[in-house]
Design a protein around this ligand. Structure first.
Ligand code: NAP
Length: 316
């Protein structure tokens, strides 16, 4: 099979399309013929090996796994021992190892049937980014909750806006792509952060992009509001600026949450249900052939993607 491979950390120029042996499924695993693989900032961080702290988990001097990508949609090609729910030929989406390839292995429990009528491309676009949005908002929004999403036009942001609005929240979306974000749903209050200041009081603030000073974010937060740190690029090579999230405010009733989103089986199940109901609709700016992964990754690193980018192996 063909797969995107990199042998060392670095820029997108490290990415090569190579021929690798076809994978075989282990116990409880299936092999998926990948028809679409979602890209996001996480894949970019694994490619560059930044922040360096991440190398403790993924290989200190070089990546332990030369392959990349974890969001895939495709057709089950073979099943391992102990697989009970999925069979060969099923259309599935979810989390796998080495999604940027023609074939990838994933645990059965992290794969679900693609909702009827949904394309491989849309399903692959929805996985990690949408689950991050769900994790950030779960238990925090209800009818009338005032939610501010900072960085609403990207992968996580465009899902967060939809999830919050579906829960009945009053959503303010800060973005450099006001027309795109306004098209995500009726009743959104959209602010172009390039030309207008962020003002107001919010029960929940999602800090996805921009790395604004914590004092500025706290000034936007209601006295009992919750600030969820999700991401933000350019925070330093060692820890990615995570020190910004160590807020010391012992007398405050405001809450500060550092999100670590994981694609658990329950979260993938929840996502499949929301996609089937049309509660969230993935928006894909562009697809790239698998062999153009480097160009796709370059676009991810620009931070200007509206919605998601997807690699399509069959386009080769
Ligand atoms: N904590 C977790 O578990 C977790 C999980 C997934 C991702 N993340 C992190 O979350 C972040 C977003 O990921 P993503 O995949 O959604 O990336 P993305 O698609 O590149 O989106 C990032 C967004 O940041 C916004 N942004 C950039 N500069 C900004 C500024 N000055 N002010 C406000 N917003 C600004 C942009 O929003 P507009 O286009 O609207 O301008 C951009 O679309 C990344 O840092 C990623 O590493 C964290």
């Amino acid at each position: 099979m063909k797969a995107i491979v990199r042998r060392s950390y670095g820029s997108e120029s490290e990415l090569q399309l190579e021929e690798l042996p076809d994978p075989t499924p282990g116990k409880g695993e299936v092999v998926v013929r990948v028809h679409a693989a979602g890209l996001d900032r996480g894949a970019w961080h694994l490619m560059t090996g930044t922040p360096y702290l991440a190398r403790l988990a993924f290989g200190l001097r070089k990546p332990r796994d030369p392959q990349l990508g974890m969001d895939a949609a495709g057709i089950v090609e073979s099943v391992g021992d102990g697989v009970t729910r999925l069979t060969v030929g099923d259309r599935v989406f979810g989390t796998v190892r080495g999604a940027f390839a023609e074939l990838a292995v994933g645990a059965e429990e992290k794969l679900r049937p693609i909702p009827p009528g949904m394309s491989f491309t849309q399903a692959a676009a929805a996985i990690t980014s949408a689950i991050t949005a769900l994790d950030a908002l779960r238990g925090r929004v209800t009818s009338g909750t005032r939610v501010l999403v900072i960085g609403a036009g990207g992968g996580v942001g465009h899902f967060a806006v939809q999830v919050a609005a579906a829960a009945g929240a009053r959503v303010t979306a800060a973005t450099s792509a006001p027309e795109f974000v306004a098209s995500l749903g009726a009743g959104l209050h959209v602010i172009d952060y390039r030309t207008a200041p962020l003002v107001g009081e919010f029960d929940v603030v999602l800090d996805i992009g921009g790395r604004r000073p914590v004092a500025e974010l706290r000034a936007l937060l209601a006295p009992r509001g919750t600030l969820v740190f999700i991401g933000g690029e350019g925070g330093g090579a060692l820890v990615g600026g995570m020190q910004r999230q160590l807020v010391f405010a012992p007398l405050s009733r405001q809450r500060f949450v550092t999100l670590l989103s994981l694609n658990t089986p329950a979260a993938i199940e929840e996502l499949a249900s929301l996609l089937a109901k049309g509660t969230v609709v993935p928006r894909v700016e562009r697809t790239y052939p698998l062999g153009d992964a480097a160009a796709a990754m370059l676009q991810v690193s620009s931070g200007s993607v509206r919605g998601k980018l997807v690699l399509v192996p069959d386009a080769n």
